[in-house]
Design a protein around this ligand. Structure first.
Ligand code: NDP
Ligand code: 13P
Length: 335
């Protein structure tokens, strides 16, 4: 079944290119990137050195700068652009896509202006399409270097999700189905904020005990807000939540953790962003997430401290003083 489907994937960065290369092993796949150089390199050399310096891509993967060519004949569309350009990209493909084609989102962020999840944004711009997310502890460069990984493909429709599972999986990329797309999407987006916190702590010399406490309390914050926003707790305990939290908070490859490391070393957020050429979604997500928590009266001490460093110019050292000064009551309570 999967071999008969044509796939159009939007986004020629680290993750869009990685997923396109995996899917191209299973089905004809066309990747859209806005850069002519990236497209020419993928088609001629089967590489995308700017984002995946050492990776060799599946030779059958085709790339184009034309949206119509990527999505016009596609049976499945995959969104791999950063969250803040997802709405514009969805609007731009509207004239070209066929009705009822399933759309899978890879992005792990919230829209800055609305606080919406990416499948909400895509659904508003492209109504009438089955929507899903592919997410989990999936560092692009690791996967392209041939190391095994696992992900969840989450959709409300359990027939479509099983048909699409075969598109994404390979021998080393295990794809589990999941019927809680809201929870899977929230887990992937929320963990980025905690990776910034972990990076700050590591830069300040946190020990293994401290980091373990921070990760565990991060998981508790993810559960508190995630469940209030409609996630199922078991989804947040799985690959899309706990799994991705562990990967992103501990890997030197994580861009969000790197942002935290740099903030912890004393740089301002402006200096950190000026030195980065890749997206770290947690920087934009922390504002909407903090607002959602405040609006619901949900206490998230770690998110509060990351917000203060990113948006209010507070030093990372004061974030840790702030966390330590929060009274430790019952483990079931915030703090
Ligand atoms: N990297 C990873 O390991 C993983 C990332 N993700 C998620 O995937 C999403 C994409 O991240 P990733 O691929 O890593 O990002 P990268 O920073 O590696 O690449 C960003 C891509 O977006 C493109 N882009 C930027 N602005 C625009 C725009 N205005 N219109 C169209 N395209 C644009 C860039 O194009 P150009 O090169 O022309 O600037 C580039 O192709 C994020 O939400 C991320 O959280 C999820 C799992 C793993
Ligand atoms: O989502 C990711 C791993 O699952 C990638 O994390 P970063 O965006 O922090 O690199």
């Amino acid at each position: 079944m999967a071999r008969e489907l044509k796939v159009g994937l939007l986004g020629g960065g680290s993750w869009g290119t990685t997923v396109a290369s995996l899917v191209a092993r299973n089905a004809p796949t066309t990747l859209w990137a806005r850069s002519e150089d990236t497209v020419a390199e993928i088609n001629c050399d089967h590489t995308n050195r700017r984002y995946l310096p050492d990776a060799r891509l599946t030779a059958s993967l085709r790339a184009t700068t034309e949206l119509a060519e990527a999505v016009g004949g596609a049976d499945v569309i995959v969104f791999g652009v950063p969250s803040q350009v997802t709405r514009a990209t969805a609007a731009a493909i509207r004239p070209f896509i066929r009705p009822w084609v399933p759309i899978i989102s890879l992005a792990k962020g919230f829209e800055l202006s609305t606080g919406k999840r990416m499948t909400e944004v895509i659904g508003e711009e492209l109504p009438g399409h089955p929507l899903g997310v592919l997410t989990g502890p999936n560092l692009a460069k690791e996967i392209m270097s041939g190391l095994a990984a696992a992900a969840v493909l989450a959709m409300d429709d359990d027939v479509i999700v099983r048909e699409l599972q075969d598109l994404f999986r390979t021998g080393l990329f295990r794809v589990y189905t999941n019927d809680d797309p809201v929870g899977a999407e929230l887990g992937g987006a929320l963990k980025n904020i905690f990776a910034i916190a972990t990076g700050m702590g590591d830069a300040l010399g946190a020990g293994v005990n401290t980091r373990s406490a921070l990760l565990t309390r991060s998981q508790a914050e993810m559960m508190r807000l995630g469940v209030a926003l409609g996630a199922r707790a078991e989804t947040l305990m799985g690959l899309a939540g706990m799994g991705d939290l562990l990967a992103t908070c501990t890997s030197p490859q994580s861009r969000n953790r790197t942002v935290g490391l740099e903030l912890g070393s004393g740089k301002t957020i402006e200096q950190v962003l000026a030195s980065m050429s890749q997206v770290a979604e947690g920087v934009k997500s922390v504002g909407p997430v903090w607002e959602m928590a405040c609006a619901r009266g949900i206490e998230l001490p770690i998110v509060r401290e990351v917000y203060a460093v990113v948006h209010e110019g507070a030093p990372a050292t004061s974030a840790f003083r702030g966390l330590l000064s929060t009274a430790a009551g019952s483990e079931a309570e915030p703090g």
